[in-house]
Design a protein. Structure first.
Ligand SMILES: [Zn+2]
Length: 466
């Protein structure tokens, strides 16, 4: 009996000691993780970020003379998750700034269902960074307060944008104005221009018949005294638009054609495209129309080589609801990448959900660069895994970051999310002995700044030091 008690005592003490060791070890490892993660995150806060992709718009470009919480919500990716939950689309034109209580009754429930998504998480991060907002979720009681602050800030949009741009940590944003892609009036103190080619490709098979209303590129060409009768005329005018963009210091070409068609572009002979262009556009079938577009797309790739500008290409997930996702598989670009080794392709969005294929292209081809843009907002956890896999496979001079948002609040939240993804991935690798901390910091600085400076030749084109 005595022996038994003694044995129980020893056992008790041993178990206590074992638990203490376990607790100590786990605390130590949590602290180490927190320290490394925290240090890298703090370092990223000091980087002046080159943001390779945004769609920032002034409120008047949305037809808005005042902006409140629901206007911002209506232009975020988060509203697509609200639709996905089963809710009708938000229409910012009809949602006022003074009816937040009423709007919560409609949207509060669906919004709450999105509290776990990355669309929700990155959106709220922007308010935590830029506003006096500490809550983890949007609620019936905090939205009216936030709404009043947003309305006040947007009453002087230029001042608000300027202060938010600075506070977020941006130095330069590449601005993709797909909604007005033939014009060049951008504010060069924040932005660098992008030559968005969608309209020029997609209108190539839509030459108006005599007497038909002129649209897009045909209208603009006509207003400037150019007549487009042949494929050569069309490309000559496209060339003029490219020249103007280059004179305005554009730093890249951009295609988001996956929203409209497949990103598989066949190599079509000039004679075939030219003959098809000469026929009345109304008589062309879908396959014939595609052939003209394919020819023009290849023509643009040759132009990117001539101007030594990278071509940014949307791959993977398509914003919105109910799109033709299989149009955007990055593997459809292999023929193009192989055909033009002198062109530089910057593939977007981690190719989600084809992230491994996207990474394999970056590994295999020296002319393929990988942009994390928007991936952390689609799925933060996938972004951590994808960046980890990228660092396994791809030299780190080939990785960029961009935001892809319409308003500065969401762009800021995207950057906060991007930084947390990069810091978490790098910290894990440092803790596992796969990287030293100094190289981890170099990688962070390259992803958020110096890779873009080098590959997009920013010093040469913009004529300033970075
Ligand atoms: Zn975009």
């Amino acid at each position: 009996m005595k022996t038994y008690i003694h044995f129980k005592g020893i056992l008790f003490i041993s178990v206590l000691t074992f638990i203490s060791i376990l607790l100590f070890q786990s605390c130590t490892s949590v602290n180490q993780k927190t320290d490394t993660y925290g240090d890298i995150l703090e370092f990223t806060d000091g980087i002046k970020v080159i943001n390779t992709h945004e769609h920032q718009r002034r409120p008047e470009e949305f037809g808005l003379d005042s902006v409140g919480f629901y206007h911002l919500l209506g232009q975020t990716y988060l509203h697509h998750d609200i639709v996905s939950s089963g809710m009708q689309d938000l229409n910012i034109q009809t949602n006022g700034i003074n009816d937040v209580a009423e709007l919560w009754k409609q949207y509060g429930g669906p919004l709450d269902y999105c509290r776990s998504t990355s669309y929700y998480g990155h959106f709220i991060k922007g308010f935590q960074k830029l506003y006096d907002f500490d809550d983890n979720y949007f609620t019936e009681s905090n939205i009216p307060v936030l709404n009043a602050q947003i309305v006040k800030n947007y009453s002087n949009y230029p001042a608000w944008f300027s202060s938010a741009f600075e506070k977020a940590g941006f130095e330069l944003i590449f601005l993709d104005r797909y909604w007005n892609s033939l014009e060049f009036d951008i504010d060069m103190s924040y932005y660098a221009g992008i030559i968005h080619i969608n309209d020029m490709v997609m209108y190539s098979n839509l030459r108006p018949a005599p007497g038909e209303e002129l649209k897009s590129i045909y209208k603009k060409a006509n207003e400037e005294g150019h007549t487009i009768k042949s494929l050569d005329d069309y490309l000559t005018y496209c060339d003029l638009l490219i020249q103007r963009n280059v004179e305005h210091k554009a730093v890249a070409f951009k295609s988001s054609l996956a929203y409209a068609r497949t990103i598989e572009f066949e190599d079509v002979p000039y004679e075939d495209a030219s003959k098809l262009f000469a026929r009345p556009s109304g008589n062309l079938n879908r396959e014939e129309a595609k052939l003209i577009q394919d020819y023009v797309f290849h023509w643009f790739v040759k132009k990117t080589i001539e101007h030594k500008l990278p071509l940014q290409i949307h791959t993977g997930y398509l914003a919105g609801n109910g799109n033709q996702l299989d149009n955007s598989d990055p593997m459809k670009l292999v023929n193009l990448i192989r055909r033009y080794p002198e062109a530089n392709f910057s593939l977007f969005h981690g190719g989600y959900p084809w992230t491994s294929e996207f990474i394999a292209l970056g590994k295999m081809f020296s002319n393929v660069y990988l942009d994390l843009v928007w991936l952390p907002q689609i799925s933060r956890e996938k972004a951590v895994l994808a960046l980890d896999e990228m660092l396994d496979c791809v030299p780190y001079n080939k990785i960029f970051w961009g935001g892809d948002c319409a308003f500065i609040e969401e762009a800021t939240g995207s950057l906060e999310y991007g930084k947390s993804v990069v810091a978490e991935t790098l910290a894990k690798r440092v803790e596992r002995g796969l990287l030293t901390k100094d190289i981890a910091l170099e990688i962070a600085e390259r992803i958020f700044r110096y890779n873009a400076v080098e590959v997009f030749r920013l010093e040469e084109i913009l004529g300033r030091e970075f």
